[in-house]
Design a protein around this ligand. Structure first.
Ligand code: NAD
Length: 409
């Protein structure tokens, strides 16, 4: 991706509905880039293989050449991939994230007028999730019931650590949840940097530290510690608590008011279960959210549902230090509708706008966002939304053609 006018960007078409939404996305992105820059910039798309197409053509699900191409070109975009079924197969998505150490899963969630939502005021939901992407129970350290590994681990826990709390040792499976200071802090730093860049005034650390004090509680404590040492533009509710304990609540309130008046980012924390009810009751309270891997998985889908579902939820997996990033549809391969022309391309297309923003091609990105706003507001939509509203649907391709008209007009 060295050429800034004509960058080479690898893409993985994906399985199931992947080819349909990719064709739609490519069409709209190319039209928007052409329209925004009058033909002076152009993306040179490079197909790379993963998933079913890779397996059929090369006999492997994730060829080395695919990882090499992403390493070389730094960024890529991908459709959904089938997770091969069978023992020993890891999700291709998890493998890509771990191989490239894409530690931040970034998911902006906003409402588009016209989209059916279960909320009365879905427009109040407007936040960006930073989900830690490499640690937690996703590290894949899990052992089956009756395995020799479980027996060895149980013996170690009992003999060396005097653990007596495994309720049914005879029939238990075990998993390990690694959460580190380094992993937590780099993710939280990414969330703070994003908040600063975007002029946001709130960052919330979401954790389950009341129960898992060292892992989830560590995430929160290391986060506060890092922010207080490194971000003079932030004020934390941890500082508020300390001031309150030392000098009384009034002093703390005054410091908070001063920080707010100075436009500082206010950093607080919320326990994950409470957060899931807060986002339904008071979504407007949250702007940028940093959280651990499993919490982030649940939260992202819950938030996506609030604004219309996974068909319109974009995402990016980013390593801010190496610059590697994969922009991707957050949904799966939707085998139930593949080939019907029912697929909504918005998730992949909005992920492409994140890619364009990443390139600094904001004009093209905005053209696409505006086109989607215009289409959905006037109820030009694919089957998923149209069926809920009991209106006629556009096929994936016709929807893309409509967006092309909007971006070129
Ligand atoms: P799914 O996301 O594919 O489908 C869930 C439901 O949402 C289905 O009813 C589907 O029709 C609908 N849906 C999803 N995307 C849509 C879109 N763009 N437009 C309209 N409707 C859409 O989840 P699943 O059925 O649990 O998984 C199917 C396969 O996808 C599995 O192999 C799974 O491992 C894989 N998967 C891949 C990813 C990824 O590549 N990032 C993510 C999740 C699941």
């Amino acid at each position: 991706m060295t050429n800034t006018i004509n960058p080479v960007i690898p893409y993985i078409e994906g399985d199931g509905i992947g080819p349909e939404i990719w064709q739609a996305t490519k069409k709209v992105v190319d039209a928007a880039v052409n329209s925004a820059y009058q033909g002076t910039r152009k993306i040179d798309w490079l197909e790379i293989l993963a998933g079913g197409k890779a397996y059929n053509q090369t006999g492997t699900w994730l060829p080395d050449a695919t990882l090499e191409a992403i390493r070389e070109h730094k960024i890529a975009i991908k459709g959904p991939l089938t997770t091969p079924i069978g023992e020993g197969f890891r999700s291709l998505n998890v493998t890509l994230r771990q191989e490239l150490d894409l530690y931040a899963c970034v998911r902006p969630v906003r409402y588009f007028k016209g989209v059916p939502s279960p909320l009365k005021e879905p427009e109040k939901t407007d936040m960006t999730i930073f989900r830690e992407n490499t640690e937690d129970v996703y590290a894949g350290i899990e052992f089956a019931k009756d395995s020799s590994e479980v027996q060895a681990l149980l013996a170690f826990l009992t003999d060396k650590l005097s653990v007596t709390k495994v309720r049914f040792p005879e029939t238990t499976a075990l998993g390990i949840k690694p959460i580190s200071q380094a992993g937590s802090q780099r993710l939280i730093a990414a969330a703070l940097d994003y908040a600063l860049e975007q002029g946001k005034t709130g960052v919330t650390l979401v954790h389950k530290g009341n129960i898992m004090k060292f892992t989830e509680g560590g995430f929160k404590n290391w986060g506060y510690d890092y922010i207080e040492k490194n971000y003079s533009q932030a004020f934390t509710m941890n500082q508020f608590k300390q001031l309150s304990a030392k000098g009384g609540k009034e002093k703390a309130e005054a410091a908070l008011a001063e920080a707010q008046a100075a436009g500082k980012i206010i950093v607080d924390d919320v326990i994950a279960d409470n957060f899931l009810q807060q986002i339904l009751l008071y979504p407007e309270k949250y702007q940028v959210v940093a959280t651990t891997n499993l919490n982030g998985d649940y939260i992202s889908d819950a938030l996506a549902a609030q604004v219309g579902g996974i068909g319109i939820a974009p995402g990016a997996n980013i390593n801010y230090k190496t610059g590697h990033a994969i922009f991707e549809a957050t949904h799966g391969t939707a085998p139930d509708i593949a080939g019907n022309g029912w697929a909504n391309p918005c998730s992949l297309l909005l992920s492409a706008t994140m890619l364009l923003d990443h390139l600094g091609w904001f004009e093209a990105s905005q053209l696409i966002t505006q086109a989607i706003e215009q289409a959905l507001e006037t109820h030009l939509m694919t089957h998923d939304f149209a069926q809920m509203l009991k209106i006629d649907a556009l096929s994936t391709d016709a929807f893309a053609e409509q967006l092309v008209r909007f971006v070129t007009k």
